[in-house]
Design a binder for this molecule. Structure first.
Ligand code: AMP
Length: 606
């Protein structure tokens, strides 16, 4: 009989300010352990009921708003302080409160594994002082765990992404959780992971975003003459639905908030019902995001590095699912931030890898299901300083974990526009003629309204690679949907070597051909990282639309043309484009260069 000691198992624990998780490394893979309800995330809340029973996790979180005096949140912020915190009739040290969370995680692990758990690797923020680390170690011991090692959270995140990779890398770990924000520059040399510098704000996170939405909702109710009592179940419901709305806005461009019978006010029932758009929400949180970006620069300065020195950006913490976070980082670094490992679980996974390596396992990268391609639609947008059709507007980006549902909003370009064509592409190039078209459809019968009619385009991609695309006129709900099978497989034509034609085109246009040559550098149009302007390219019979389509086609066929034709084509493209930019769209002036261009293209194609 084998005599492997059951006590040898070492778990990895992310003891977070808002949430905590426990994971193990087994058979070369990480597994985040679930409790009896199937939950992998334990809210870092501790409370006591009226009757004096201890609550840890979700039940404590649920009673927080109604009973704040009997609930403790964010104990991590107090670690290392020589203080006592009262809970019910007793008082406890921060280590003792943290130990209650750790004890719960240990119980979860023991139930999930069916064996005792006595050893752990626990993560702490890189900025934690010795006293704070010591208090964390103590909390582990109180919970009956031998703390084999305390490791830095950014180190754990880097391990989750980079374990098994050789060579040297400089990584920026951007960690935006519920109540804290940290950014660290991490250097990896083979198996050695080192935090070079770290900066952050201990009181900034997703909770602040929730508060902005809460304030907005309270304002809305106030306009109806309703004041919501601060500690009431109605307030608890408002906070909960604000957080849920925030999550929805990460994937969708608008959210409908409905809370029926929220409370009774002056004898009448109050219902909450309003729509919130991502645009308005982003305006609310922009100052917070700005603050995080300033911290990013401070961390870079601390490491004596520039933006260009960073090879990779890793996203950690649930709030990094906010699209604005990714967009801003992409804008600044020209890199697509990596977030494919669940940002809530990534630190626990890294801790488990470290624990596994301590236990003698070989480090291995975490496996996740991600889309290998970007999916988007062709729009009239900004590319290399020009407004032109055929610009890729990404909706689901490469390396997003699947299944995933994302939507974006677009606008019609023409007054009274009756229909809109949706061309779906797979690929990374901002110019769709380099990408692979995988679907196309038209929504007809749009309302007779001025340009600017909002169209919501939603992509739902499942694990089997089935992509469902829905386009919906926002004002009426008029919608059309198509399903594209095998969207995640490499489509025919997708492997075309475009470098030669790209270089030729770039040379002809007198522009730098540097963009798009580096695989992972963000390349989505405009100045580095600026998202393309998002007007859908419409199928109408207007001269402007024909012109736009013609320009796309001309660019695609350019490398087949003779030198003389090429010069003429480029001149005509320029002429058409400047007319389009001036808005001189339906005039006869536009018709002439279009006819000339169409003639040349006709001969090129035959
Ligand atoms: P963490 O402390 O890393 O567990 O992150 C928790 C924070 O992430 C909370 O503020 C959550 O509301 C937030 N969060 C979770 N999922 C999302 C999402 N899809 N979009 C935006 N924020 C999210």
């Amino acid at each position: 009989m084998g005599i492997e000691s059951v006590n040898d198992i070492i778990v990895g624990i992310d003891l977070g300010t808002t949430n905590s998780e426990v994971a193990i490394f087994e058979n070369g893979q990480t597994r985040v352990l679930t409790d009896q309800q199937g939950e992998r995330i334990l809210p870092s809340f501790v409370g006591i009921t009226d009757a004096g029973a201890l609550l840890v996790g979700r039940p404590a979180l649920n009673q927080y708003v109604a009973n704040p005096e009997r609930t403790i949140k964010s104990i991590k912020r107090r670690m290392g302080e020589a203080t006592r915190i009262s809970l019910g009739k007793n008082s406890y040290s921060p280590s003792e409160i943290s130990a209650m969370i750790l004890r719960q995680l240990r119980d979860t692990a023991e139930a999930a594994l069916g064996q005792p758990v006595r050893k752990a690797v626990i993560t702490v923020p890189a900025y934690f002082s010795d006293a704070q680390r010591q208090a964390t170690r103590e909390a582990g011991e109180i919970a009956g765990l031998e703390v084999m090692r305390i490791i830095n959270e950014p180190t754990a995140a880097a391990l989750a992404y980079e374990a098994g990779h050789r060579g040297s890398r400089r990584v920026l770990v951007y960690d935006l959780g519920g109540g804290t924000f940290d950014v660290s520059v991490v250097r990896i040399e083979d198996d050695v992971v080192e935090v070079v510098s770290s900066h952050g704000n201990n009181h900034l996170g997703g909770d602040d975003f929730d508060q902005k939405i809460v304030a907005h909702l309270l304002d809305h109710l106030k306009q109806q003459g309703v004041q919501v009592p601060t500690t009431s179940s109605a307030m608890a419901r408002i906070i909960r639905c604000a957080e849920a709305a925030k999550r929805q806005l990460s994937d969708h461009v608008e959210v409908q908030i409905d809370e029926e019978y929220l409370l009774e006010y002056k004898g009448r029932p109050v219902h909450l019902s309003l729509e919130l758009s991502r645009r308005d929400y982003e305006e609310m949180i922009q100052p917070y995001i700005d603050e995080t970006m300033a911290a990013v620069h401070t961390a870079l300065n601390g490491a004596n590095m520039t933006v260009a020195a960073i090879d990779e950006i890793l996203l950690v913490g649930g709030s990094t699912r906010t699209p604005m976070v990714r967009e801003r980082l992409q804008e600044v670094f020209g890199l697509i931030p990596r977030g494919e490992i669940d940002p809530d679980l990534c630190v626990a996974m890294g801790a488990a890898i470290h624990a596994g390596v301590m236990g003698g396992s070989k480090a291995a990268a975490v496996l996740v299901d991600v889309t290998p391609y970007t999916f988007g639609i062709g729009v009239v947008g900004m590319l290399d300083g020009d407004i032109r059709p055929g610009v890729l507007s990404p909706i689901i980006r490469k390396n997003t974990s699947v299944p995933v549902s994302r939507s974006e909003i677009y606008m019609t370009m023409i007054d009274g526009q009756e229909r809109v064509g949706i061309d779906v592409y797979q690929g990374e190039h901002p110019d769709v003629s380099y990408d692979v078209q995988i679907g196309s459809f038209t929504v007809e019968g749009l309302s007779d309204v001025p340009a600017g009619n909002e169209i919501v385009v939603q992509f739902d991609l499942n694990l089997d690679g089935m992509l469902q695309v829905t386009a919906r006129e926002k004002s009426t709900g008029l919608a059309k949907q198509v399903t594209i099978d095998n969207a995640m497989t490499q489509q025919e034509g997708g492997k075309r070597d475009v470098s030669q034609s790209r270089d030729q085109v770039a040379a002809l246009f007198g522009q730098s051909n540097k963009r798009g040559t580096e695989d992972n550098r963000a390349d989505s149009g405009g100045s580095a990282g600026t998202p393309p302007r998002i007007e859908v390219q419409f199928e109408t019979d207007s001269v402007a639309q024909q012109a736009a389509a013609l320009v796309t086609k001309a660019r695609r066929l350019l490398d087949q043309a003779t030198e003389a034709d090429r010069i003429e084509i480029v001149d005509l493209i320029d002429a058409i484009q400047s007319l389009l930019e001036k808005g001189d769209t339906d005039s006869a002036a536009l018709q002439k260069p279009c006819d000339q261009l169409a003639d040349i293209l006709f001969y090129l194609e035959t």
